[in-house]
Design a protein around this ligand. Structure first.
Ligand code: SF4
Length: 294
């Protein structure tokens, strides 16, 4: 029986930085709030909450006064900074630099689009914090596209600037861009006034190939991630496509013991929001259980 943790799985640098900032502040004994879950991983959030981190929602943030609040890697809309200034909140801004650059590009494109009756199209999940933040950085001319069904919202006769949520799959983004271009061609007879920004984060998309190879190497793959993790769903699909005996799990209680009993090799991997310690916990649990199971 061979058990291996994927060396490429675990926090991306954006999430790692946010966790480090939270730990530094908590270590100093500071009272620290976090707007939304610091990472889409319940186990990691609970670990930091045990240290004292207080997770708050948007409404609680609006009502909070004179406290220290961490902004997570996903980034925020300008409105969040305005509320913080108004309420005397001290911000610990852990917005990922990649997201910051994307916000600036969306803002710039949005201002330019206003001059020429253009539209900003963001490919991503409507309720995802990063997408809400990006939409906030655009003027009122942003449309969020989550699937082909949303394509009808675009006016193909007007200029279009297209961006993607950083954790979307590269192939899915390429595919939606092709569909938009096809519709522009059908509406105008030629491709005109379409600008595409490649904003898929390579911290996620570069892992796809590695995970594909990793999933092929093992009899069974255990993919560890939070249920809310966008890139977790994305990367799980990559593993499942490569190896049908891939199982999604968020904690030890979900370990599919009956499905792994006959495996000669098990691979453990995860998302950019999966802490290394969680994958190591699964490994240690399996080592302890080995005698019983195998
Ligand atoms: S996935 Fe990429 S953009 Fe998102 S937090 Fe991680 S490094 Fe930053």
């Amino acid at each position: 029986m061979q058990i291996e943790i994927d060396a490429h799985s675990g926090f991306c640098f954006g999430v790692d930085y946010a966790i480090q900032l939270a730990e530094e502040n908590l270590r100093q004994g500071d009272e620290l709030y976090c707007l939304g879950s610091i990472v889409h991983n319940d186990e990691e959030r609970k670990r930091l909450e045990k240290w004292g981190l207080k997770t708050i929602n948007q409404q609680q943030f609006i009502e909070l006064k004179n406290k220290k609040v961490l902004l997570r890697a996903h980034g925020e809309a300008p409105e969040t900074y305005r509320i913080a200034a108004q309420n005397g909140l001290e911000l610990v801004d852990a917005t990922c630099p990649i997201v910051l650059r994307l916000q600036a590009k969306v803002q710039e494109a949005s201002v330019a689009a206003l001059q020429k009756d253009g539209q900003i199209v963001i490919f991503g999940k409507k309720n995802h914090a990063e997408v809400i933040g990006l939409k906030g950085h655009a003027a009122k001319n942003a449309i969020v596209i989550s699937s082909d069904n949303d394509l009808k919202q675009i006016d193909y006769t007007r200029p279009i600037s297209i961006f993607s949520q950083t954790t979307q799959g590269l192939q899915a983004y390429i595919s939606i861009v092709e569909k938009i271009k096809k519709n522009v061609l059908a509406a105008n007879g030629k491709i005109k006034f379409v600008s595409v920004t490649d904003s898929v984060c390579r911290q996620v998309s570069n892992r796809e190939e590695e995970l594909h190879k990793f999933a092929l190497k093992h009899d069974v793959v255990l993919f560890v991630a939070g249920k809310e993790s966008s890139n977790g769903k994305q990367l799980f699909t990559v593993c499942k496509r490569a190896n049908s005996r891939t199982f999604f799990m968020s904690d030890i209680s979900e370990l599919p013991l009956e499905n792994i009993a006959s495996a000669s090799s098990i691979g453990i991997c995860g998302a950019t929001s999966t802490p290394k310690w969680q994958m190591t916990d699964v490994l240690n649990f399996l080592i302890k259980k080995t005698i019983d199971i195998f």
